[in-house]
Design a protein around this ligand. Structure first.
Ligand SMILES: *[C@@H]1O[C@H](CO)[C@@H](O)[C@H](O)[C@H]1NC(C)=O
Ligand SMILES: *[C@@H]1O[C@H](CO)[C@@H](O)[C@H](O)[C@H]1NC(C)=O
Ligand SMILES: *[C@@H]1O[C@H](CO)[C@@H](O)[C@H](O)[C@H]1NC(C)=O
Ligand SMILES: *[C@@H]1O[C@H](CO)[C@@H](O)[C@H](O)[C@H]1NC(C)=O
Length: 318
């Protein structure tokens, strides 16, 4: 087959456009993956493995409590379940902080953590949250769009222990039947390390059953099943917001992690996991992380009004 000059030109344009769509906006060197850690099937996360996992800190009578996780995606933004910022709950226990680079919850958070081989991380970093943007279409009953963006008061400096995950997968993702990795902190804060495991994602009918068993009746009966469900042999429940991750493979080598979901619930019953999907929201995430809310124009464009109305602004603690 011979192509005309115009056809070749059109093909080139198509390739350029595809590239822009696929590779837009991810931080360079996102999704740090070390093959030795990736290959190790132990449940213990290495000190510098999954360095995008941050703990969300709430102010309580007993000091800061960490009840959700958030995932670093840029120098200044993290993703977390929207439900972590329920307005009523926040009145009693306001959210103020994000703790980055932590590994051992039993150790005071301002101290370095060391693993069994006496390798240590740097001191974790406690940063104030400037703003929380709730997904405009967050729907409690359908378990849909349970997603929010946290903006820090200032950008963080990346290190071996603090760096972002990629949002973009290099290939079209298939979920059902595939193995994904998930990691995070245990709900039980006496476990002195971050945990990881694999989960096989369920096809739609099994996911409906899982949702049904956990009393998410509307979500189970919905035309489109929004959450992702999985099983796992790892039975220690992890904190909400723990990341579900896929691996970008290039030249037959695992290269980087991308974010597929955030943990919504994990129960010991049948070891079932429910995750909030992240991939359908990349456009919203990129739009929202680009907008400098502090420098909004005085005449607010119509599409921003909606965005403003639905966002929860939490002024940072100074
Ligand atoms: C795998 O990780 C565990 C826990 O950190 C560690 O004890 C073990 O030595 C690692 N295995 C290899 C082959 O590195
Ligand atoms: C869980 O563990 C059992 C027993 O060790 C094994 O037969 C099964 O295949 C494992 N399932 C998964 C999903 O890893
Ligand atoms: C949203 O996610 C949170 C945290 O994982 C979970 O507790 C809650 O049930 C979810 N709510 C909805 C409506 O999806
Ligand atoms: C566990 O799974 C089995 C079979 O899928 C089901 O019959 C049972 O009700 C489940 N148990 C719980 C506690 O969800």
């Amino acid at each position: 087959m011979r192509l005309s000059a115009t056809q070749i030109w059109q093909l080139l344009l198509l390739v350029v456009n595809l590239k822009q769509v696929v590779l837009a906006q991810d931080e360079p060197n996102c999704g740090y993956l070390k093959e030795a850690s990736f290959a190790n099937r132990s449940n213990v996360v290495d000190l510098n493995e999954h360095p995008w996992i941050a703990r969300v800190g709430y102010e309580t009578d007993r000091g800061i409590a960490y009840k959700c996780l958030a995932i670093l995606i840029t120098r200044q933004h993290l993703l977390a379940p929207a439900q972590c910022f329920n307005e009523v709950a926040l009145k009693a226990e306001p959210v103020r902080w994000v703790l980055l680079g932590d590994w051992n919850p039993t150790n005071p958070f301002v101290e370095r953590d060391c693993d069994a081989r006496q390798n240590c991380n740097q001191e974790p970093l406690l940063m104030a949250i400037d703003e929380i943007i709730i997904h405009p279409n967050y729907d409690e009953r359908m378990l849909a769009n349970n997603l929010s963006i946290l903006k820090l008061i200032q950008p963080v400096t990346f290190s071996n222990f603090i760096s972002p995950i990629c949002l973009h997968a290099r290939k079209t993702i298939t979920y059902s039947g595939q193995y994904f990795i998930y990691a995070g902190f245990a709900v039980d804060e006496n476990i002195g390390y971050k945990l990881k495991a694999v989960t096989q994602l369920q096809e739609t009918m099994r996911c409906r059953e899982t949702l049904m068993r956990q009393n998410y009746v509307r979500a189970a009966l919905a035309f489109t099943v929004n959450p992702l469900c999985g099983n796992s042999n790892q039975t220690t429940p992890l904190v909400s917001g723990s990341p579900l991750m896929g691996v970008n493979v290039e030249s037959a080598k695992p290269q980087s992690y991308y974010l597929a979901g955030l943990l919504q619930t994990m129960t010991n019953q049948n070891n079932s996991l429910i995750f909030i999907r992240v991939q359908p929201h990349i456009e919203w995430i990129e739009k929202s992380t680009r907008i400098e809310t502090s420098t909004l124009p005085t005449i607010i464009p119509a599409h921003l009004v909606r965005y403003e109305k639905h966002s929860t602004r939490i002024v940072n603690a100074k």
